[in-house]
Design a binder for this molecule. Structure first.
Ligand code: SF4
Length: 386
């Protein structure tokens, strides 16, 4: 089983906090990109041939920045070239301001069964400050539209720690978001990344961010409020109604194989981790000539695979199962990480039972400290092309 990720690096405008791989592009560039992407889809599918795709995720950027004709053509290319499991999860990211009736109809008729909607906040002034192009009303309209076309498996992305956001605003966002009955909620904390508008404002002391205490209280309110109304806290930033956990993301957290297609997309297949060129013109140029546009690839040896399995798997609140680890690596967790595990348990950050090793409540707040303890030496690295 294999996950498949497809990147659409286009947006209507750039949000103030965003360092994702996305640009504002004209129609000609978008058209050329899609043609190049179709070539990558066809060639990649012929390489993995008999592999069954269990999850397909079209992300960005803003995939719904494409028009309905382009969306339909992209999905048809993906569906006709790869083999899918009968019940495969098919997610597409959407931004409320770009989801029209025509596009929602295409997504529904083409079998998209999960939408991840970038709601981010439920206060228009906070959305404006963050450079979002949509309003709270657009979020309501989008959810209604999707439900009208029969897509009820909706994730809402929310961000806490935004400028001028108070704890009351955040709790209001949680309440208004859950009133829409999404199946899944992703609650991310804002990070100030270089090369963003927020970074410049922050440097010039022009950004009013919540204090660390307030931000922690926001994080804490997620794990108090959401489980109390039925959402299971199953990953540090993610909550789902039972049975609606994001299968595609679980592939990442369980360190399983996935292909990444499109400019800047990352993949990991046959113990090779790679990413495609972030230079969109380079990507187009390569794939117009049917030449892969891999910018970097790295062989992941067994030790590194184990370390990453721990680092990623511990993000899940069910943790890493002893039986899964032993079945995959033919060693017990204690044989490989006995010393680290003992230390982290004694510090109250990890707990162990007969089934699994997992973060404690305190460990969830200090995840990075735990994850870094599982990273041993470096693996062989090979850069192909930049
Ligand atoms: S819509 Fe998403 S990808 Fe596009 S600029 Fe905003 S945060 Fe970045």
């Amino acid at each position: 089983m294999l996950g498949l990720y497809v990147h659409i690096p286009f947006c209507l405008s750039k949000c103030a906090y965003c360092d994702f791989h996305s640009i504002v592009a004209d129609e000609e560039l978008v058209g050329n990109y899609l043609d190049a992407l179709y070539n990558e889809i066809r060639i990649s599918a012929s390489i993995v041939q008999s592999q069954v795709i269990s999850t397909l995720y079209i992300g960005g950027g803003t995939p719904t920045r494409l028009n309905s004709r382009q969306l339909e053509a992209l999905i048809v290319q993906l569906k006709t070239n790869f083999n899918y499991a009968p019940d495969f999860e098919f997610t597409i990211e959407a931004n409320p301001g770009t989801l029209t009736e025509e596009k929602a109809a295409v997504l529904a008729s083409q079998g998209v069964n999960r939408i991840s909607l970038g709601a981010q906040a439920f206060q228009n002034c906070i959305l404006r400050k963050a450079g979002r192009t949509h309003t709270v009303e657009d979020v309501y309209r989008s959810v209604e539209l999707l439900k009208h076309f029969g897509i009820s498996n909706i994730n809402l992305d929310l961000i806490y720690g935004l400028p001028n956001q108070t704890l009351t605003d955040w709790i209001e966002s949680l309440k208004l978001a859950t009133a829409l009955k999404p199946r899944h909620l992703s609650c991310y904390s804002l990070t100030i990344e270089e090369n963003t508008l927020f970074y410049d404002l922050y440097k010039n002391k022009n950004l009013q961010l919540p204090t660390e205490e307030v931000e922690f209280a926001m994080f804490d309110s997620n794990r108090k409020i959401l489980p109390s109304i039925g959402y299971r806290h199953y990953e540090i930033s993610n909550f789902a109604l039972p049975g609606f956990e994001a299968k595609h993301n679980i592939i990442y957290w369980q360190n399983q194989a996935y292909l990444g297609l499109g400019s800047g997309a990352h993949g990991c297949f046959n113990q090779i981790r790679y990413y495609n060129s972030y230079d969109i013109n380079q990507y187009i140029h390569n794939w117009q000539k049917l030449t892969p546009a891999v910018a970097h690839c790295q062989y992941i040896d067994l030790d590194r695979t184990m370390d990453e399995t721990m680092m990623l798997g511990l993000r899940l609140l069910d943790g890493v199962k002893h039986a899964d680890f032993e079945q995959r690596f033919h060693h017990s967790l204690d044989e490989i990480y006995g010393k680290e595990i003992k230390k982290l348990i004694s510090r109250g950050l990890l707990e162990k039972n007969e089934k699994c090793l997992r973060l404690t409540k305190q460990g969830v707040s200090l995840g990075n400290l735990v994850f870094s303890a599982f990273i041993r030496g470096k693996s062989q690295e090979q850069t192909l092309d930049k």
